[in-house]
Structures are given as C-alpha cells and as structure tokens.
Design a protein around this ligand. Structure first.
Ligand code: PLP
Ligand code: COI
Length: 341
C-alpha cells in the first residue's frame, strides 16, 4: 500500500522511510550487512568522520514505470564511482556487486515509498560510507560503516522545470589535483558558504569556474552543465576537477543515439557562454534544470531560450532521458535495473 504522502508537493527533502541498509568494516573486512529499522547512527565522539570528514556518498533514484514496475537507473555506475571516491579518501571499497544488491534490497524494503508513476516525485537513494572509530592524529580510520537509505523527493529546484538564474562564483569548490572528481562530503562542505551567499543574493546556484585560471566552466555545487549551440550541438565541459555525472554521460548517449545530435565533450570557456542557445544543469537530483540566465560579475548572459520554458533541445533531452527512466522509451542495454515487477 503506497504511503499517504502528497507526492506532488514534495520538494527535495528527507522523509524517514521504514528500512535502511547498514554494513560495518572491522578488522579488515566487511560484515554481512543487514536492513535495520533504526535511523539513528551511534559512534564515538572522536570518530574519523566527525574529526577529519572522512566520508563520501552517492545518489541515485528509483522510479515507478508506466507499467507499474519499480526500476533504478545505472546503479553499477554509482557503485564504481563510489569505489573511486573511497580509494581517493583511503577508505575500504564496499564491493560493487554488493552495493547494487543493497540498492535492490533497500528499495524493496521501502516499496510503499516509491512515488506513483506520473506524480512528479521519485525515490532518491543515498548510499554513504564514513570512518567510525576514534581518530585523533590525522590519518585514515580503521573501521568504517556503509549505509544506504532512501527518501521520496520532488524537484531539486523550487519551481520544478522553470529556468533558474545562477551566478559565476568567486569561491572555489575544487582544487587542481584535489577531490573535485569524487563525491567526497568535504566538497559539499566547501560549497555551503558559497550557496548560502548565492541564495541571499537571489541566485539558485553557483557556476564554479576552474580554480587555476578562472576562465573555464566547471560545474555547479550539485550538477554538471550542458549547453546547446545554435545549430543543435550538445556541449559539456571536460575537466579533471568535476564530478563525472552519470546523468551527463547518459545524456551524451541519448543526444547522439536517440536524437541524432552532435556531441562535444571539451573545455568550455566563460567567454563563449553568450554563444550558446540553451543551458541546463544535469544530475540525479537536478534531472535537467534549465538555466535562463548566468550573472558573471554584473555581465548578464541571457540564453535565447528565455526565463519561461526549457529550450527545445533541452526539452527533447529531458523527455527522452525521463522517458527511458520511466519505461516509456526503450533503454540502452544495461541501463535499467528492475527491482520489483
Ligand atoms: N556534480 C556534482 C557536484 C554532484 O553533486 C552531482 C550529483 O550527484 C552531479 C554533478 C551529477 O551527477 P549524477 O548525474 O551522477 O547524479
Ligand atoms: C545528486 O544529484 O544525487 C546529488 O548528490 C546532488 C546533491 C546536490 C543532492
């Protein structure tokens, strides 16, 4: 029985669900792991995560399809990206096949929270791992906990798919050879002051330029960029210091294989922004959120697609991607993992 939730009015927030998955790493190995009822985490006051932020996470979604199945989208890529994050943070990797199984088990244990097809909401799944034993000298923890919970969510940006206004940030989120390419909690801590400042000034997000030269477009705090040229080419920024978005990698395939678009994955310079016809932010939470305007220190870049609707190419990409995720359009081999029939 679906829970009595007003799915249509959900924002991107936390709703406690029935079960979550927990596994512990101790004495050099992972235990069996299990689904538990208790949403609270108990740990030492000196836990590595609390002192030196040794934690990383993932985000993916489960969808109810048109024909009533529950599926998730490319969980194997979240598993492998989390493995990359763990290695960079000197944390033990929770085995990738067990990660995918934990996604299946966690969603199955919370099926009543998977929003109905067509409600506009989805079930967001949040896997994460952290150092749990006491650590006081600066070094990696010995013991870790891997957890995964899920929560029904609506749109990440208020207003759903209305174009947003963002600004070019003077704050950095990622350093060259730092951790921008992994999903480390510390990257998001770095972005908190910048996002509060942006919101206070009326912007929905920050465009972070590359911190070495401040001339190239990197990403926002929680999504990669897509741009569409006037002749319908999809352009997405390439950099070693941005998170390799699974949505962005999928859209590159959708654009080329489903929509016949040209795709360019390359460096994108701030001073070419005004040449683009459309701009959007893409990610699991953001899906594709259209950007209507970018404020670069008082110079306004207004995309021709305007502030009312998504541009036509962005809309095609959005409809095709969400069509694949919701089972309306046939997916490429291996993209959809069925959780419940
Ligand atoms: N960039 C950042 C910084 C993010 O936090 C996210 C969200 O996961 C993304 C990009 C989009 O990645 P994905 O499409 O894999 O969700
Ligand atoms: C996601 O899209 O899964 C993220 O982790 C981004 C975050 C801003 C919620």
């Amino acid at each position: 029985m679906a829970k009595d939730i007003d799915w249509g009015s959900l924002g991107f927030g936390y709703v406690q669900t029935d079960k979550r998955f927990v596994a512990n790493y101790k004495d050099g190995k992972w235990d069996e792991g299990s689904l538990v009822d208790d949403p609270m985490v108990t740990m030492s006051e000196c836990a590595g995560v609390l002192q030196y932020a040794q934690t990383c996470f993932e985000g993916l979604k489960a969808y109810r399809t048109e024909d009533g199945k529950v599926v998730c989208f490319r969980p194997d890529l979240n598993a492998s990206r989390m493995a990359d994050s763990c290695r960079r943070l000197e944390m033990p990797v929770f085995p990738e096949e067990r990660f995918v199984q934990a996604v299946v088990d966690t969603v199955k244990a919370n099926l009543d929270y998977v929003p109905p097809y067509g409600s506009g909401a989805t079930l967001y799944i949040r896997p994460y791992e952290f150092g749990i034993n006491p650590v006081i000298g600066v070094k990696p923890a010995d013991d870790y906990q891997f957890r995964m919970f899920c929560t029904p969510v609506g749109p990440y940006f208020k207003g759903g798919v209305k174009p947003i206004v963002i600004r070019v940030s003077d704050f950095d989120r990622a350093a060259p050879k730092g951790t921008g390419h992994i999903k480390a909690g510390l990257n998001y801590a770095m972005s908190l002051h910048a996002i509060v400042d942006a919101h206070n000034k009326g912007y929905a997000e920050n465009l972070y330029p590359d911190s070495a030269t401040r001339t190239k477009v990197e990403e926002t705090g929680g999504a990669n960029f897509i741009f569409i040229t006037k002749d319908g080419t999809l352009v997405t920024p390439k950099s070693d210091t941005i998170l390799p978005s699974i949505t962005r990698r999928s859209l590159m395939v959708v654009a080329e294989k489903y929509l016949g678009m040209k795709v360019e994955h390359r460096e994108v310079f701030l001073d070419e922004l005004s040449d683009f016809a459309e701009c959007g932010l893409c990610g699991t939470a953001a899906v594709i959120s259209p950007v209507g305007k970018i404020d670069d220190h008082g110079k306004e870049i207004c995309f021709p697609s305007g502030m009312e609707d998504m541009g036509p190419w962005t809309k095609k990409l959005y409809d095709t991607l969400t069509g694949i995720q919701m089972g309306r359009i046939e997916a490429p081999e291996g993209w959809i993992k069925v959780i419940a029939e």
